[in-house]
Design a binder for this molecule. Sequence first.
Ligand SMILES: Nc1nc2c(ncn2[C@@H]2O[C@H](COP(=O)(O)OP(=O)(O)OP(=O)(O)O)[C@@H](O)[C@H]2O)c(=O)[nH]1
Ligand SMILES: [Mg+2]
Length: 354
Amino acid sequence: MPGKPKKTPREKDLTSRYFTGQLDEDLDSDRVAQHQHFTSRNASAEQNKILKTSAMRAADAAFTGDLDALPLGEVTQVHSLFCDVLHDGVTYLCVVRKTMNKVSPTALVVGDRVRFRVTGILHDTGKPEAVLEKVLPRDTVLTRADSFKGQIQHPIVANAQQMLIVVSLAQPTVKWGLIDRMIIAAEGGGLKPTVCLNKIDLVDTDKTAQKEMPFAIEALAHYQSLGIASFHASIQSGAGLEDMRHLLRDRTTVLAGHSGVGKSSLVMALQPQIDIRVGAISGYTGKGRHTTTSARRYVLDFGGAVVDTPGVKLFGLWGIRRENLGDFFPDIAAGTAPEWRKDSHQRIGDSLKD
Ligand SMILES: Nc1nc2c(ncn2[C@@H]2O[C@H](COP(=O)(O)OP(=O)(O)OP(=O)(O)O)[C@@H](O)[C@H]2O)c(=O)[nH]1
Ligand SMILES: [Mg+2]
């Protein structure tokens, strides 16, 4: 196995400015299992090494043509030095033009619409190589902050219309505070939130699920009163899968939630042909283990696209201050907020900057 290739200063620069491949697990104290980290890094290093010799040279050459005449694609996955871009059913392996930061002020993310130039070189993976020349303005962007105090913004997904917040009744248990934060992030970024109460089958066998169920029903009814829809689901029984298909059809949806709640399993249940990694249930500790390690966009054969994201434990809010927090808690102003929402409002407010 060849050693990890050393990065030139330019490559380091590219990495830090444009790409946030393993972004989500870096934001929280959560850590990816060591072996997963190791494997994905090695794979990245191998691919980056090959790309350096061809597409990166192409990225250095000035492009003088009409940028808007170049093919338009969507970023489906971001790696350390390159990204996958889908155009007309073909995935291109793209490196970013050195001067592109003038066009894009923040890191490139999954869902970004981009103009790219095909190099004519075929990568070992079978993907054609290309140079990413331009990022188009985003319609929406789902963003997290580096911490609860929100010093640095980390955009996660661009141009999605809605966010499906997946929670599981048990294994792991629902964290309603996390749901409230995700709803705020979705609405703040221009995405419509919907909540999916998953693993509903566990109500028959799992004591935690049985204990949680009455409160879950109450909480979801309260969200409904705020215009946030929800549905129950289970890949075991098939419950809710038609609701989900209906919700996802012809739209771009981000799936988000705690690690282990079953986000990737739901995607696979709807699109079995998608090759996606799902965590094993044996030895489950209820702590979450990050099976999905970076956001990835999949096209749905019944219309639309879905972005599967890595699980989170914490969700730092970006662009939300104590003064505008009330905009996301209309029930507080209306005097209809139950105690758990008041607590949530208080806790989120305390965690924000003045
Ligand atoms: N009982 C039950 N288990 C489920 C259900 N859906 C998923 N699981 C199990 O839950 C575990 C975690 O599923 P994943 O789909 O990997 O969860 P995830 O949300 O994608 O997790 P991360 O990628 O780590 O964020 C797997 O062992 C699944 O088999 C369900 O409806 N019922
Ligand atoms: Mg997953």
